[in-house]
Each structure stands twice: as structure tokens, then as C-alpha cells.
Design a protein around this ligand. Sequence first.
Ligand code: NAI
Length: 246
Amino acid sequence: MLLENKVAIITGAGRGIGKSIALKLASEGCAIAFTDVALTDEVEKTRQEVETLGVVCKAYVSNAADFEQAHQVVEQVIKDFGHLDILVNNAGITRDTLLLRMTEQQWDDVIAVNLKSVFNFIHAVTPIFMRQHAGSIISMSSIVGLQGNAGQSNYAASKAGIIALTKSAAKELGARGIRVNAIAPGFIVSDMTNQIPEDIRNEYMKQIPLRRGGTTEEVANVALFLASDLASYVSGQVIQVDGALA
Ligand code: NAI
């Protein structure tokens, strides 16, 4: 058990990559607190699946883009679980369109949910992690944040921002025993990528050297590594999980 007696908070884990990370960390003994925008049947199903693995799992309604809500939910998790060891910033959205057609709202929404949320949660957990002189922070970037992508300038900017934030936080917080890393997935099969028209998806597949989309579990495996002591000397890094696409 790599994460026995540990507690993780994962944002936006009702489905997709976040859900797989919750299941993966739980399978190594980690208690799970996760957030999503609403307590839907899907969210409750995720909570039950995680609990089936023999750990405590609680779901919280919280908009990751909201500074106050992020702080409130972290405070509540400390009340409910007693301590906190791992933060996974996973919540993310897309509002894809070409730059000239992009509305201010589309820009602001993506920056708020994808990038500001990471600041919100790092800000909320840092005093806790500093006191215990330990903690692992993992944020979900994207290869689009490394390369850019036509039609995703808002999303790409948010994901590039996460990389800069990760590297800066790793430098600031390293002396306090806190590790900060990012994961940059490529094309992962999930509800988010299922929105992409099938012909465009098929084109992507041809460009991926491993010739397939990744699974959410393949991203979760890397999150487990970064969350655990296996990565005790790994900080300030961006690990690509992309089948050699980028
Ligand atoms: P998804 O759309 O399946 O799941 C995202 C989850 O975040 C949903 O449960 C959603 O309700 C929740 N969420 C959205 N806004 C929120 C908010 N304001 N506060 C709290 N929760 C919120 O997406 P997927 O594919 O699982 O992506 C997870 C993360 O991985 C995202 O940050 C995404 O940008 C990133 N990513 C995904 C890739 C892919 O190919 N699927 C590739 C690269 C990065």
C-alpha cells in the first residue's frame, strides 16, 4: 500500500480522469475527498465505487474556480478527515473556438476553471502542507499547454499557465518539504474528448505514435507515482502521458 493513512483531495473527480485518479489512489489505501460542480447520480456512483475499495470517500459540491469555495472545502475536508497530504487539481473545461470568434466569456470561463482553480487550491492547502512539512500537489495540464492548438487558445493558455505555476510553486515550497508537479496528457478517451467530432478524433489517432488514445487509468498511474514516496525527489516537473504525440 503506497498511500496508507494518506488523505487526498481531487477536484472535478465525478467522472473521467479525476475519477480514475480517485480509484487508483484509493486502491493504495488513500482516503479520498473529491469535489464536483453538483451532487449528481454519477458523482454518488463514483463515491460508492471508491468506497468499495475499503477507504473513506466523501464528495463535496464546490466550484473550483471560486476562491472562497476552494478554501471552504479544504477547511471542511480537514474537519472531516483530520489531515490532508495530497492535492490533485484536475477540474477542467473546454470552450473551443477560433480566436476571432472567441467571446470574452469563453476566455474568462476557461482561465477561471482551469488555471485560477489551481491557484485557489494551492493557496488553500499550502499553510496545511507547510505545517506538516510534507505534501504532494499534482495539477492536470495538457500537451496543448506545451504546443498550443488552433481553436483552443484559451485552453492552451490555461494549461501553459498551470506549468508556469507548478514550476514556480515547486521552487517556493520545496524548502518546506512540498513537491509540486504537473501531468500533461495527450489524447485521453473521456467525455471531454468524446465531444470532438469522430472524423477529427480519427485524424488525431493517426498522428499518435502509439496509435490509440490513452485511458484515464494510464493518467491515474502517473498521478499515483507523483502522489507517493516513489517520487520523493521529483518536483517542478511536467510528465507527458501522450503516447509520444508531443
Ligand atoms: P471531463 O469533462 O470528463 O471531467 C471533468 C470533471 O471536472 C467533470 O466531472 C466536471 O463536472 C468537473 N468540473 C468542471 N468544472 C468544474 C468546476 N468549476 N469545479 C469543479 N469541478 C468541475 O474531463 P477529463 O477528460 O476527465 O479531464 C480532466 C482534466 O484533464 C481536465 O483538467 C482536462 O483539461 C485535462 N486533460 C484532459 C485530456 C483528455 O484528453 N481528456 C487531455 C489533457 C488534459
